[in-house]
Design a protein around this ligand. Structure first.
Ligand code: TMP
Length: 195
């Protein structure tokens, strides 16, 4: 059996971690083998990116960021493929659309990024947990913010995400609903894959 590759996208404060946990429990309860992944990864290139994002300033050119995220993704892709071949469900916190949205919002040429990411896997489902940055920043106010969490920038990131949702590459779920309602919406999309 081929596995399933599901990606969660969106700006922070949309409840990705909670929903990923709930979806992972759902698959567990149905007897699937589930793996939770994230990007940046915690492998060599991903760890460099985490150090960078936790530093005080955004000193790299956005193009350098795009290259590093894409490099991390190429290595990550190999790990995902191995799990999918074994029939596992892989749920990733972020994937290609994070680069298109975040580095795209910082002005990086999208065609160039598409070409850097052309070997990226096509997920079975990409879920955008959509939230206004005014609200999301309230939710993340009590934990450390990375260099990427500035309101005006996040508004552009959100607009980029919506653009891809309009092409049908992502499904949009309203993250301002209750945790249970968000989960129900997600399950409705997931069930279309498993029917
Ligand atoms: P988070 O997963 O805790 O939200 O942190 C990851 C940060 O990395 C987030 O601010 C978005 C950013 N990011 C990019 O800018 N481009 C990418 O391609 C990826 C995977 C993440």
């Amino acid at each position: 059996m081929k596995g399933l590759f599901i990606v969660f996208e969106g700006i922070d404060g949309g409840g990705k971690s909670t929903q990923i946990q709930m979806l992972s429990d759902f698959f567990d309860s149905k007897g699937y083998e589930v793996e939770r992944h994230m990007e940046p990864t915690h492998a060599v290139i991903g760890s460099l990116l985490w150090d960078y994002m936790n530093s005080k300033s955004r000193s790299f050119d956005p193009e350098t960021e795009a290259l590093l995220f894409a490099a991390d993704r190429i290595e990550h892709g190999k790990v995902i493929k191995e799990s999918l071949v074994k029939g596992k469900v892989v749920i990733s916190d972020r994937y290609k659309h994070s680069s298109l949205a975040y580095q795209g919002a910082a002005g990086v040429d999208v065609e160039w990024m598409q070409s850097l990411n052309k070997h990226a896997l096509v997920p079975d489902l990409v879920i955008l947990l959509d939230i206004d940055p005014d609200k999301s920043l309230e939710r993340v106010s009590d934990r450390a913010k990375t260099v990427f969490e500035k309101k005006e920038y996040l508004k552009k990131v959100r607009a980029e995400y919506i653009r891809y949702a309009e092409t049908g590459e992502l499904v949009v779920v309203d993250a301002l609903q209750s945790i249970e309602d968000v989960h129900e919406d997600i399950l409705a999309h997931v069930k279309k894959l498993t029917e």
